[in-house]
Write a protein that binds this ligand. Structure first.
Ligand code: AP5
Length: 213
């Protein structure tokens, strides 16, 4: 399976990516996590990316395309992958086509998560994230076992800087303008599989297994 996960910010892409990764034993490549790591490590790219991310704008294509190309050349993605959060613009989709051409492989699925803006705003305002391993929790639907502590790595959970309501609204506008048009591109190739973002958390694994199985 060679999958792109698409959907508005906060629709549940990351949550699905990790379930699909466990189900099919393939790695997840998440540009948001890679960029947040670069910001945390204060790398050259991280310093540039921080302002864009805090505002809810897309980090320049040149930076993101370079990071993804480097990651996609590693051998663990050759037998399958889930790209979460990439591509997000036509230029990025062109770059992905080039990378896959170079590797001699093609996408098999574009999983599109459908969810209303209202639910997205409610969910993101209650999301808590692990700054160390990227695990995602929710104050109502996905609580950690111990309050504010990551189950996976024990780090203190945080609320992301871009999970404030004004920034969420801007991220949604950016999504509609730059990312949503990619649905037509992948629809024309017959790659789109839709999944509802409303499926309850405890039913998600069975839902994804039946959908992709
Ligand atoms: P990124 O980290 O990719 O953020 P995003 O696309 O906005 O998506 P999110 O991580 O916010 O949400 P999600 O859809 O993964 O939902 P989740 O599973 O967490 O990008 C952040 C920034 O990085 C961008 O704004 C940009 O600046 C930059 N960036 C990243 N990629 C880039 C690129 N390619 N080009 C340029 N810039 C880039 O779920 C949300 C919440 O809902 C969680 O709390 C979860 O527990 C809960 N939840 C999930 N499913 C359910 C359910 N079924 N029921 C109840 N609650 C649920």
């Amino acid at each position: 399976m060679r999958m792109v996960l698409m959907g508005p910010p906060g629709s549940g892409k990351g949550t699905r990516a990790h379930i699909i990764s466990d189900l099919f034993d393939i790695p997840v490549v998440t540009t948001g996590d890679m960029l947040r790591e670069a910001v945390r490590d204060e790398t050259q790219y991280g310093k540039i990316a921080k302002d864009y991310m805090d505002r809810g704008d897309l980090v320049p294509d040149k930076i993101v395309n370079g990071i993804v190309r480097e990651r996609m050349m590693k051998p663990d993605v050759h037998d399958g992958f889930i790209l979460d959060g990439f591509p997000r613009s036509q230029t990025q989709a062109d770059a992905l086509d080039e990378i896959l051409d170079d590797l001699g492989i093609e996408l098999t699925h574009v999983l599109f998560v459908v969810l209303s803006d209202e639910v997205i705003i409610q969910r993101l305002s209650k999301r808590r994230s692990c700054p160390e391993c990227g695990a995602v929790y929710h104050l109502e639907s996905a609580l950690p076992k111990q309050k504010d502590i990551c189950d996976a790595c024990g780090a203190q959970l945080i609320q992301r800087d871009d999970d404030k309501e004004e920034v969420i609204k801007h991220r949604l506008e950016v999504y509609r303008e730059l990312t949503e048009p990619l649905l037509e591109r992948y629809g024309n190739r017959g790659l789109i599989v839709e999944t509802s973002g409303e499926v309850a958390m405890n039913e998600l694994k069975a839902h994804l297994k039946a959908l992709l199985g």
